[in-house]
Structures are given as structure tokens and as C-alpha cells.
Design a protein around this ligand. Structure first.
Ligand code: ATP
Ligand code: MG
Length: 256
């Protein structure tokens, strides 16, 4: 059965797209059939993170009836399949939840997982995207405003019968006063728990600048290990670190 998993946050800029892209690529590299849908129509970044060509048929064309969904799916070199959104201002961005649900329903049987990257905030379009998903992964930063808004996202999921499966605490280790997992759970309640903490890692923006997912460009940098371990935790597939001793030594010396 396909799982439609939305990557949500409440607050903007927490690392939703970075997580969605690197989780998707890690799943594809594990041999899991995965589709990543960019439902952040006002601010679509998935194509930029993955270096997709600009002149593509996109989710916008599918929702406006100008294109079939199969024409708009792009196969990334990692094996991850992507339904990108248009970066052009003035393209169609208003959509009905039933239209997005229809698009996803049309293709979801071909995949084990459908990941949905959504826009910042908890506005109407985000609420509609949450309704389409079966499960929600929440990406927060270890600070109170971010966690408080994640709590709202979790509440919205519960109201939409979307199961929150866990919290990713992203960009940890930047400052001393960050919230611990226990402090985060005290804000959001006991469920869902914290699945993982991904450290602040300078190789993440470096990879984004070269339009490559960090799990491919710097496969053993700490954030990449975190995203691969997250993919393993969510799917139940083992993440095998097949580096030789020499490779490990090289990684330890250069830091990734
Ligand atoms: N683990 C990390 N280490 C260092 N930088 C990170 C990490 N995760 C994300 N970032 C940086 O944070 C910025 C925002 O990330 P991203 O675009 O994934 O957030 P977002 O939640 O999708 O934002 P938006 O709400 O605007 O869609 C990016 O510039 C990225 O480089
Ligand atoms: Mg984003």
C-alpha cells in the first residue's frame, strides 16, 4: 500500500524541502519506489534543490488541465521520481484539495511512498495539502516559536485524519540554548515522538548551491547520515554503510 507523507512545519524555513528532497533521494537509493510532489506552489524549491531543468511540464500544468500527470513526472538520476511545481510567476497556483488528491490518486499505486513538500505557514493551501496525505512528518528547529507552530501543524493533521508519524529536529547544535527532545515533547505532547535530530551542517547549503542533494554530493557528512537514518527509520529498510576502512578514514579527515 502506498503511503502519502506530507512534510510540514508550521513555521517557514525549518528545512522541509531539504528534508523532503534528501529523504526522497535516500529512499530511492534504497530501491524504494518514491515520488516527491512539490505542493509548495507559491514558493516551489524542489526543482532548485535537485537541479531539474526549468522548461518542464509541472504540477501547475496538471492542476490547470494543460498536462497529464505522467508527462509532468521527472526521473532524477538517483531514481527519485519528481512532480515539480513551476517557478514562473503568473502560473496557476490556486488549487482545490480534491484536484491534488485526484492527481496523487492517479499515480500513487505505482509507488511505495509519495512524499509531499508543502509551503510555509498553515494557510489554506497547506491545510488542503494536509488533507490529501495519510501521514505527516513535522520538521522543526530546536527553538520555541518553531516548536509551537509545529504543534499547530500536528493539531491540523489530527483534525484532517492525517497521522503525525514523528518530528525531525533540524539544524541542531547552532547555539547552546536549544530545546532538548524532552522539552519539545513537553510542548507538543507525547505523540508523535522525535524521530531524529539533524545537525547544522555547512555542507547542506553548499550542496543546495550546486543544486545537488547533500546525500549525493556529501554522502557521509553528518546531515546526510541523519537523512539516510531517517529514511531507514520511516521505511524499516536497513541503511547499510558500505564504506571501506580507507573511505571512513578519508571521510573523518575531510569531514564528509
Ligand atoms: N541541517 C542543515 N544544516 C544547515 N543548513 C540547513 C540545514 N537544513 C536546512 N538548512 C538551510 O536552511 C535553509 C532553509 O531550508 P529549506 O528551504 O529546506 O526550508 P523550508 O522549510 O523548505 O523553507 P520554506 O518554508 O521557505 O519552504 C536552506 O537555505 C538550507 O541551506
Ligand atoms: Mg520549502
Amino acid at each position: 500500500m502506498t503511503n502519502a507523507l506530507i512534510i510540514s512545519s508550521g513555521k517557514g524555513g525549518t528545512g522541509k524541502t531539504t528534508t523532503a528532497v534528501n529523504l526522497g533521494v535516500s529512499m530511492a537509493q534504497m530501491g524504494i519506489e518514491t515520488l516527491l510532489v512539490d505542493a509548495a506552489l507559491p514558493t516551489p524549491d524542489v526543482g532548485l534543490h535537485l537541479g531539474l531543468p526549468f522548461k518542464l511540464r509541472t504540477l501547475n500544468h496538471v492542476l490547470s488541465g494543460e498536462s497529464d500527470v505522467t508527462e509532468a513526472i521527472f526521473i532524477h538520476e538517483s531514481g527519485l521520481e519528481v512532480l515539480p511545481a513551476s517557478i514562473h510567476i503568473g502560473t496557476f497556483t490556486e488549487f482545490d484539495p480534491s484536484d491534488l488528491a485526484e492527481v496523487i490518486d492517479e499515480v500513487k499505486d505505482s509507488y511505495d511512498w509519495v512524499l509531499i513538500d508543502c509551503a510555509a505557514g498553515l494557510g489554506n493551501e497547506v491545510v488542503k495539502s494536509i488533507e490529501v496525505a495519510d501521514k505527516m512528518l513535522v520538521v522543526t528547529n530546536p527553538e520555541l516559536p518553531s516548536v509551537a507552530n509545529s504543534f499547530k501543524a500536528i493539531q491540523l493533521a489530527e483534525e484532517s485524519n492525517t497521522e503525525p508519524i514523528g518530528i525531525v529536529v533540524n539544524r541542531t547544535g547552532r547555539f547552546g540554548e536549544e530545546l532538548s527532545n524532552d522539552e519539545i515533547m513537553a510542548v507538543v505532547g507525547k505523540t508523535p515522538g522525535v524521530l531524529t535530530r539533524i545537525p547544522e551542517d555547512r555542507n547542506v547549503p553548499r550542496a543546495i548551491a550546486s543544486s545537488e542533494p547533500v546525500v549525493m554530493k556529501y554522502p557521509y557528512t553528518p546531515a546526510s547520515i541523519g537523512y539516510k537514518a531517517l529514511a531507514s527509520k520511516i521505511t524499516g529498510r536497513r541503511f547499510i554503510d558500505d564504506r571501506t576502512l580507507w573511505d571512513r578514514l578519508k571521510c573523518a579527515i575531510r569531514g564528509y
